[in-house]
Design a protein around this ligand. Structure first.
Ligand code: PLP
Length: 450
């Protein structure tokens, strides 16, 4: 157990004085002081195995020496000069590589930003400009970010939408296919995609398809509970997009860069999207996002329709360039796939032992463990998840939960198999402690979650 928390607690008291509550989702008091690979150390010297990767933003792990070196070497030359006015080699080098590794054998351009949120705003602008249409379709349960555009696409939390309206108009939210909690009580092997009926009805009654610019979808719905859509749903959605000349946007901010055992999540579905949205792990912790699309699509907006002083800054671009080489050299996509299979099997074993686990799903090292109060009703076991995550932290594992009780398993792809298995044993011990009533209710005052 980590019981040395002196410096940590003092810092957290100071934090409360200067940092607004709207900018954090609380789980437990962790102040990061150091990180290496999949291990982080807190302010008091306690060590943790990281199963969160800074919200899937550190697929290459903490402080990878090659990333540190790439940033340092670039900083010695120049930190940045705004790409809004001048040219820089790191931006071009990265654009060429991104065009190469992303799906689609056509001429592409890459626009940069600093966060997944701003990239999604850029996508709304581009899609509207290119198609001359207004409506954007996104999904219930999606989180696309906190700027007004990205938030308008999102539909995951009332607190994110309260008090701040109006949001962007002409955004339609449709149901994300959730086979575990299928509202129509169907099995995926035999269903007729009943979850698509509402969208089809919308297209036939109040949402003219020729006015839809884009559909924006996460290939695994991340913060909505790590929900994996069935291939037949994605195929059908893609077909609808093609039929009505609607742009298909794969939002890979969380699932990209090897997280799912492929370079990009959409590759699990053999779909070539019109636009790919990238962020988080792209630059191993440096702020960067990217929109990758066909050149002709990118040329739909005129200067200066979408730029930021710091976008495509040299430090972030060099970090991203090195990130891609590390993923290639260390075979992290393959590793994500292999370790993902090991983890999946072990979690399925736990599912046999504990009724509390209703479902285990995911791809590669992007796995959700869905805790339920009852396997029949499938009502989420939110309190259990909160307590289990808290106990994991006490035992040296960083784990959070999403929604009503889905444990989020997204370790850095560089994690060693022994570290991963050790962390999973701690998860099991924590489940056991929860079931034995050994985790007090007081932790619920701290571990609140989304
Ligand atoms: C799928 C997805 N899109 C967009 C975002 C927003 O990215 P950022 O926080 O970098 O703005 C997130 C963040 O959690 C995300 O998971």
């Amino acid at each position: 157990m980590n019981n040395n928390l002196e410096k940590t607690m003092t810092l957290i008291e100071r934090d409360a004085q200067v940092y607004p509550r709207f900018a954090r989702i609380p789980y437990y008091p962790l102040v990061v002081n150091k990180g290496e690979g999949a291990i982080i150390e807190d302010f008091d010297g306690n060590r943790f195995i990281d199963l969160l990767s800074s919200a899937s933003a550190l697929n290459t792990g903490h402080a990878h020496p090659r990333i540190v070196n790439a940033i340092t070497e670039q900083a010695k030359r120049y930190i940045t000069y705004t790409a809004a006015y001048m040219y820089s080699e790191p931006l071009v080098k990265l654009g060429e590589v991104l065009a190469d590794i992303t799906p689609g054998n056509y001429k592409k351009k890459v626009a940069y930003g600093l966060s997944g949120s701003d990239a999604n705003d850029g996508v709304i602008k581009l899609a509207r400009a290119y198609t001359g249409r207004r409506t954007i379709v996104s999904f219930i349960g999606a989180y696309h970010g906190s700027t007004y555009g990205a938030l308008s696409l999102s539909a995951i939390s009332l607190n994110m939408r309260r008090k701040i309206g109006p949001l962007l108009s002409d955004i339609e939210h449709i149901e994300y296919p959730d086979c575990y909690r299928c509202r129509y009580e169907k099995e995926v092997v035999s269903c007729s995609l009943e979850c698509m009926l509402a969208f089809e009805k919308a297209l036939a009654t109040y949402c003219p398809p020729e006015e839809i610019a884009a559909v924006i979808i996460e290939p695994i719905q991340g913060d909505g509970g790590l929900i994996v859509p069935p291939k037949k749903y994605m195929d059908y959605l893609y077909k609808i997009c093609q039929k009505h000349r609607i742009l298909f946007v794969s939002e890979e901010v969380q699932q990209g860069f090897g997280r799912t055992g492929k370079w990009f999540g959409i590759e699990h579905f053999d779909i070539v999207p019109d636009i790919l949205v990238l962020g988080k792990s792209i630059a191993s912790g440096m702020p960067l996002s990217a929109i990758v699309a066909k050149s002709e699509l990118m040329d739909a907006l005129d200067s200066p329709a979408h730029l930021f002083t710091m976008s495509g800054n040299a430090l972030s671009c060099m970090a991203a360039y090195e990130t891609i080489r590390i993923i290639q050299d260390e075979k992290l996509v393959e590793k994500s796939q292999e370790l993902g299979e090991v983890a999946m099997e072990k979690f399925r074993g736990m599912m046999e032992r504990y009724q509390l686990i209703g479902d285990v799903r995911g791809r590669g090292l992007s796995i959700g463990i869905d805790l339920v109060q009852d396997r029949h009703t499938k009502v989420g076991a939110r309190e259990a998840a909160a307590k289990i995550c808290y106990r994991c932290w006490e035992k040296g594992v960083i784990l959070i939960f999403l929604g009503n009780g889905v444990l989020r398993f997204q370790p850095p792809l560089v994690i060693k198999r022994e570290e991963m298995e050790h962390a999973m044993n701690i998860i099991e011990e924590s489940i056991h402690d929860y079931l034995e009533g050994l985790i007090p209710d007081e932790v619920l005052k701290v571990s609140k979650g989304w």
